[in-house]
Structure formats: structure tokens, C-alpha cells
Design a protein around this ligand. Structure first.
Ligand code: BG6
Length: 487
């Protein structure tokens, strides 16, 4: 991959929550590690009224709040703050763009734009950028979600962006792709021989993907109430994980080869008919309960009104191709769950015949667990003999073969997902960004589920905060004889 670093970065939404928590700390870390191009200037823009000095103060405060102590070296912070400047902008009209362009300066050495903005502002922002020459050949754009709420609105946004930026200069962010363990799925599958021969319907019984969160609505009522778990987590993060598990081996590690294979998976997802949807999906909404020993209120209380938005969803999905025929992919995600855990569990087929049957050993099929967070590990559950003289037959027990990535790579700092993605944006590597055809195939599948919910007037079932979701989610797998990995 030839790297083609830009000389300037322009951050929209520079005073927002994501910027404070993730973007500024990530850029700081890249600076501190000497990874940002020398002389790269970072222009922040947002509605808020700041000048360069007050924006630097604002950024310093964010760094102080969100960086770990051992990273707060004054010389790093000073050096980083010197890269920053600010221009206030109302992106709903093109008026303020000339001043922005002047602040950014000459973009012949390349400009990367990071756009995290309300979907309603996409069109005017792109037009504004176009009108002042900030969308030319040397400019690339990174787009943060939400990129629409269904296929039609996503197309509209993609068209609006496409007006200024062709696909090869458009970088759609799914921050899960910036996580080390997510990239490790590729290393595990395609850097090792032994899984591939059984990585298919002959060897695998089912795949489970879980993203469980303990947080509730946080301060995002406006967005979340209109989105719900299906759009917020499944359309993007969970489907990306599914694609990495299910895709065919790409010929090369590059943006075209990898995204071609992922797109094929999305296009192979079995579309559900409205009649099938209630059978294959479960929705839930949290009510009062306790998470981590703390009493917490219901979603409706947090929102301040009753709502039909799902804060939990479980889905039985199928990938209709030769490799995966008949293998269910069970997907689930929810807020206010029992613990925070993102995990992929691959359950292999049972042995065809057990010579231990009836002799004190019950064989469990092997399971491969890829834990993404909070810990990072890969675990293969295998059967092993329990020590003993075996007077009543061999006793076997399931034990984990463990690869703790935290321990194995203890000397390496775990980076924020955005560090990787921002650097790739700055250097022009699209491999870990989502292509338009991927997004549209994802929405097509998601829209069919929503259509089924609407047609059947499906309302979310309640579940207590601190649980694993409504009991129907357990039934979703149990009726196939499958148990969720953690239950
Ligand atoms: C975001 C969702 O995309 O991902 C949030 O909008 C969610 O609702 C977050 O909390 C989860 O990300 P992570 O990295 O904390 O698992």
C-alpha cells in the first residue's frame, strides 16, 4: 500500500463529545508517537464560538480529562496544541465556508476532512466545501455515522457526498474496524492454516455475535430514540463482524480485495420476508433493574416518555452461499445488559461418534471465542481428560486453550480504535473503511427486518436492566438446541 499523507486535517464537530473523548486524544497519541506527518495542521470547526487560543484551551482540557496519566507529558501536549487552530462555522449555509477555507489554507499538499455531523447537514456541508475548493483532487473525506436511517436516506447521503467526493476519496467510518481484535479475526483466519478447512458448514454448527453494553441512553436521547439497537449497532458493527467471520479469503490485504469479499457476504445475507421476521428476531427495551450493583431506571424514564424503540435486539441470520448453507448466525446487542462484553463465539460440530459415551464423559463441541472487549483474547474450548485412575471410565472436561492478547502483547500500548482510523485517513488507506456497496447491502437487509416489525406491529418486550435481555432471546436459540455462550 502506498501511503499518501496529507498536510492538513479539518475536523468538523471539533467541540463535540466524540471529539473530546476520542478524536483529540487519538490525534494527540499519534502526535506523541511521532506518527503524524511533520507540519500537519489540524483545523477544528463547529458552531461554538472559539478562537485558536480558546480552542487550544478546550483541547487541553479534553486531553487532561481523557488521557491516562502516563501520556500527559507537557512537551507532547504543547507540541500537539501548536498544531491546532479553529474556525467557527454554521454548516447549514455556505456563507461561512470562505472564512473556513482561508483558515485551512493551501490544500495542494493534501487535506483530510473528518465529518461527524447531523445527516441533515450533509448536503449543505458538501456544497459549502465544494464552493470554496475544499473538495478537489487533493482532498479526502472521512464520514462518521449515522449515515442514514434506511437504504433510501443512506443513498441520499451517499449521493450528496458523491457530488463532491468520488468513492476513492470517501472514507466511511465504522470504529469497530479500528479495534485490534477485530483486525485479529483476519490474522486468525488467514494467517493460520488449521481453521480454514473446517471454517464452513461442515465444521461449524453456529456462530454467535454479541455486543452487550451496560450503559443506557447516556445523553443521546435525540439520536437513539430515532435509531434503536438495530440501526445503531447491527447495521454497522455487528454486520461488519459477521462479514469478517464469513467472508472468503481475499487475495491481498488491501481495500479492494477485502471490501469485495465483505460486500459479497452482505449480498448473501438471506432477506427475511415480513412473515419470517417475528420468528427470527426478538426486540426488547430495558426497564428498572440493577447493573453492576447500581439501581438504574428504565429507558422510558431516561427518555421522559413511553417509547417503542428497541434497546435490545437478537436475530437469527443466514448467509446463503455454499460455505454457510444451514449455519445460523445468532446476533444480539443491547444496552443495560448484565455485563459489558463484545464477543464472537464459533461453535463447531460435535464429533461424529464418541467412544466415551456412557462412560462418564459428556462431550461438548469445541467453541472458539474471540473476545473483543473489555478483555482481548482468543480462546478455544477443547475437551481434556480429568486426572484420575478412571475406574469408571475416562472423565473428560471442557478446558480453554487461551491466547490472551493483553498478556502476550503487554508491552504494546492498546490504542484507541480512532488512532488507527484517523491515521489511515490521513495516509489514504481505505482498507478499514466501509464502501458504498457494503453500506447499501447492509441497509437492504436491515430494512427488510424493520418492514417485518412494522407489518406485524412488533413491540419490544421488556427486560430488567442488568439481565441478558428478554427471555424470548433465549428461546430464539434454544429451539434450535443452541445455548448462548454466556447463559
Ligand atoms: C456506537 C453506538 O457506534 O458504538 C453506541 O452509537 C455504542 O450506542 C458504541 O455505545 C459502542 O462502541 P464501543 O467501542 O464502546 O463498543
Amino acid at each position: 500500500m502506498t501511503r499518501n499523507p496529507v498536510g492538513k486535517l479539518l475536523l468538523f464537530g471539533a467541540t463535540g463529545d466524540l471529539s473530546q473523548r476520542m478524536l483529540l486524544p487519538s490525534l494527540f497519541n499519534l502526535h506523541a508517537d511521532g506518527l503524524l506527518p511533520e507540519g500537519l495542521t489540524i483545523t477544528g470547526t463547529a458552531r461554538s464560538d472559539h478562537d485558536d487560543a480558546s480552542f487550544r484551551e478546550f483541547a487541553a482540557k479534553a486531553l487532561d480529562t481523557f488521557l491516562p496519566e502516563d501520556r500527559k507529558k507537557p512537551e507532547w501536549i504543547d507540541g500537539f496544541l501548536k498544531r491546532l487552530q479553529y474556525q467557527a462555522l454554521d454548516a447549514s449555509s455556505t456563507e461561512g465556508f470562505p472564512a473556513l477555507a482561508e483558515k485551512v489554507g493551501d490544500v495542494s499538499d493534501g487535506l483530510a476532512i473528518y465529518l461527524s455531523t447531523a445527516p441533515s447537514l450533509f448536503e449543505s456541508t458538501i456544497k459549502g466545501l465544494e464552493s470554496v475548493g475544499l473538495a478537489g483532487d487533493t482532498v479526502r473525506i472521512g464520514l462518521e455515522k449515522p449515515l442514514g436511517y434506511d437504504l433510501a436516506s443512506s443513498k441520499e447521503i451517499n449521493d450528496a457526498v458523491g457530488f463532491g467526493f468520488p468513492e476513492e476519496r470517501t472514507f466511511r467510518i465504522d470504529h469497530y474496524l479500528g479495534k485490534e481484535t477485530v483486525q485479529n479475526i483476519l490474522a486468525l483466519r488467514f494467517g493460520n492454516f488449521f481453521f480454514e478447512p473446517i471454517w464452513n458448514a461442515h465444521g461449524i454448527d453456529n456462530v454467535q455475535i454479541t455486543i452487550a453494553e451496560t450503559v443506557g441512553l447516556e445523553d443521546r436521547a435525540g439520536y437513539y430514540e430515532g435509531a434503536g439497537a438495530l440501526r445503531d449497532m447491527v447495521q454497522n458493527h455487528i454486520l461488519q463482524l459477521l462479514a469478517l467471520v464469513a467472508m472468503e479469503p481475499p487475495a491481498r490485504y488491501d481495500g479492494t480485495a477485502i471490501r469485495d469479499e465483505k460486500a459479497k457476504v452482505f449480498r448473501s445475507l438471506r432477506l427475511m420476508t415480513p412473515e419470517e421476521v417475528p420468528h427470527n428476531t426478538v426486540t426488547g427495551q430495558y426497564v428498572d433493574g440493577a447493573v453492576g450493583g447500581k439501581i438504574v431506571g428504565s429507558y422510558a424514564d431516561e427518555l421522559g416518555k413511553p417509547s417503542k424503540t428497541e434497546t435490545f435486539v437478537a436475530i437469527k441470520a443466514h448467509v446463503d452461499n455454499w460455505r454457510w448453507q444451514g449455519v445460523p448466525f445468532y446476533l444480539r446487542t443491547g444496552k443495560r445488559m448484565a455485563t459489558r462484553r463484545s464477543e464472537i463465539a464459533i461453535q463447531f460440530k460435535p464429533v461424529p461418534h464418541s467412544m466415551f459415551a456412557g462412560r462418564g464423559g459428556i462431550l461438548q463441541p469445541n467453541t472458539l471465542i474471540i473476545r473483543l472487549q473489555p478483555e482481548e483474547y482468543i480462546q478455544l474450548l477443547v475437551m481434556a481428560k480429568e486426572p484420575g485412575l478412571d475406574r469408571e471410565g475416562l472423565r473428560l472436561r471442557e478446558v480453554p486453550l487461551n491466547l490472551s492478547l493483553d498478556a502476550e502483547f503487554a508491552g504494546t500500548r492498546r490504542r484507541i480504535a480512532y488512532e488507527r482510523l484517523l491515521l489511515d485517513l490521513i495516509e489514504g488507506d481505505q482498507t478499514l473503511f466501509v464502501r458504498r456497496d457494503e453500506v447499501e447491502a447492509q441497509w437492504t437487509w436491515i430494512d427488510a427486518i424493520r418492514a417485518g416489525w412494522n407489518a406485524n406491529d412488533v413491540k419490544p418486550k421488556t427486560y430488567p436492566s442488568g439481565s441478558w435481555g428478554p427471555s424470548a432471546a433465549i428461546a430464539l436459540t434454544e429451539r434450535d438446541g443452541v445455548t448462548w455462550q454466556d447463559d
